[in-house]
Write a protein that binds this ligand. Structure first.
Ligand SMILES: Cc1cc2nc3c(=O)[nH]c(=O)nc-3n(C[C@H](O)[C@H](O)[C@H](O)COP(=O)(O)OP(=O)(O)OC[C@H]3O[C@@H](n4cnc5c(N)ncnc54)[C@H](O)[C@@H]3O)c2cc1C
Length: 421
């Protein structure tokens, strides 16, 4: 995998006019990022972004983007896209990198659910679900993980049993990000216990307000409640909402997870937050910038951020060349998690005692303390660091695959989750 040249391209007249249109839209509808040099503290790592106010703001932004014909630039017009070229998307991304876009609540819907529906949905499903998903009118979530099925999500036990034109779903999901404010979700459930574990799973589109579904937010150490437990008790889902074919949901799930890792890995600029610049400013402010250990830590974070930037470039170049998401997404995701940990640990070390006890007006200590509490999430969400290392080992380095003794056995004979008892 060579690093492909990402050098800026000269705009044609039409592209220049499009760039101008994008600039005018962003200036009117989004907030410009604070300069990295202006000494402002606001680019310290942020946590808990999903307040009601942000959701309303995000929906308004996405609607404006859609109305302006600037949403989903390369997607079919039929669903709300603009049917423009990848070059137009690049131009939009270049301009948007200077702005804070309020779109984190759409990360799962737009980054994972929409491509899955476009690829595997029927015409009717695409016509029904894509327009409101893409315009931001409806927020979507992803119901995969269960208490006994996370890294090995194919061990899931939530059952769906066919009853005429409906499926009756029972079981429990966990860590479902945004379930409490989502209107729709993509669910995977076991539909055939006689088949091996990867072959008896079906993917469904579920209305999050279906009777028989109970959503319970989980409280995190950061005080936020970004994800939930979701309980299904005989919840009825129409057969028309099966995505792909019955028992073939694993293939679709893998495609969705690849999109997730690539979306995280391609972001390319390190974890959310100000990166090394925020650390440098904190160190300058309290005089620790001369400390050789601090300087070593800063060099370390800077180097990792550059590496992540190059990995992001490589992923974007592969996408530009029309290649399907590959294992480089795992590399980007792993780097992002390592940076989040190193950056927050160093930030806390620089802040010193003020990261343990701070005054109300001090936004140095509390932000770094929260960043430390938030950092483990990026090493788990979207597949843990260990799982990314397994993928890199097997698919990039060509190491032998992990033994999978349960691959051909009927699911009902496996000792997984509560079947262990
Ligand atoms: C912030 C956040 C948001 C999330 N959002 C969602 C969501 O929206 N929807 C959803 O469905 N899920 C979501 N998840 C769940 C996430 O996908 C799982 O937590 C993750 O896949 C790990 O599963 P687990 O927690 O069950 O841990 P386990 O799989 O039980 O792993 C426990 C430990 O064992 C290690 N381990 C497991 N298997 C192996 C192996 N084969 N080789 C080496 N080590 C291994 C793991 O790395 C880990 O350290 C979210 C998680 C977080 C933290």
């Amino acid at each position: 995998m060579a690093i492909v040249d990402d050098a800026p391209q000269v705009d044609t007249a039409e592209e220049a006019a499009f760039r101008d249109r994008v600039r005018r839209f962003l200036e009117a509808n989004a907030q410009r990022r604070k300069s990295k040099r202006d000494g402002d503290e606001d680019d310290l790592p942020a946590v808990d972004p999903e307040s009601e106010q942000l959701i309303a703001q995000s929906k308004a932004y996405q609607k404006a983007l859609t109305d302006a014909g600037l949403a989903f630039l390369t997607w079919p017009k039929r669903y709300g896209g603009a049917e423009l070229t990848k070059r137009h998307q690049e131009i939009f991304n270049e301009e948007a990198s200077d702005y804070e876009l309020p779109n984190s609540v759409f990360q799962i819907g737009h980054g994972m659910c929409a491509p899955t529906i476009l690829e595997f949905g029927t015409d009717e499903q695409r016509d029904t679900f894509l327009p409101t998903l893409m315009s931001g009118e409806k927020i979507w979530c992803q119901l995969y993980s269960e208490p006994g099925a996370g890294s090995d999500v194919a061990s899931l036990q939530t059952r769906a049993v066919r009853d005429g034109d409906e499926w009756i779903v029972s079981g429990q999901k966990v860590w479902t990000s945004g379930a409490h404010y989502s209107e729709w979700g993509i669910l995977i459930a076991r539909t055939n216990v006689d088949a091996p574990k990867h072959k008896g799973i079906t993917m469904f589109i579920v209305d999050m307000r279906t009777p028989g579904m109970e959503i319970k937010p989980l409280k995190q150490i950061t005080k936020a409640s970004n994800f939930n437990e979701v309980f299904f008790t005989d919840a009825r889902v129409p057969h028309a909402n099966v995505l792909g074919t019955v028992d073939d949901g694993w293939r679709l799930s893998v495609a969705l997870l690849m999109n997730e890792r690539v979306a995280i890995g391609a972001s390319g600029g390190g974890p959310r937050g100000g990166g090394v610049n925020a650390l440098v400013r904190s160190a300058r402010r309290n005089g620790s910038i001369g400390d050789p250990v601090v300087r070593q830590g800063l060099a370390d974070v800077y180097t990792l951020e550059r590496l992540m930037g190059f990995t992001g470039q490589r992923i974007r170049a592969a996408q530009k060349a029309g290649r399907a998401p590959g294992p480089e997404g795992s590399l980007g995701k792993l780097l992002g998690a390592i940076i989040a940990r190193r950056q927050s640990d160093l930030g806390m070390a620089i802040a010193g005692a003020s990261s343990q006890a701070w005054s109300a007006e001090d936004h140095q200590g509390d932000r770094w303390a929260l960043a430390v509490l938030n950092a483990p999430a990026s090493a788990i969400a979207g597949g843990t660091n260990e799982i990314q290392k397994n993928i890199i080992g097997e698919r990039i380095l060509g190491l032998p695959k992990e033994p999978q003794v349960d691959r051909e056995q009927p699911f009902k004979e496996l000792k997984v989750g509560t079947q262990r008892a």
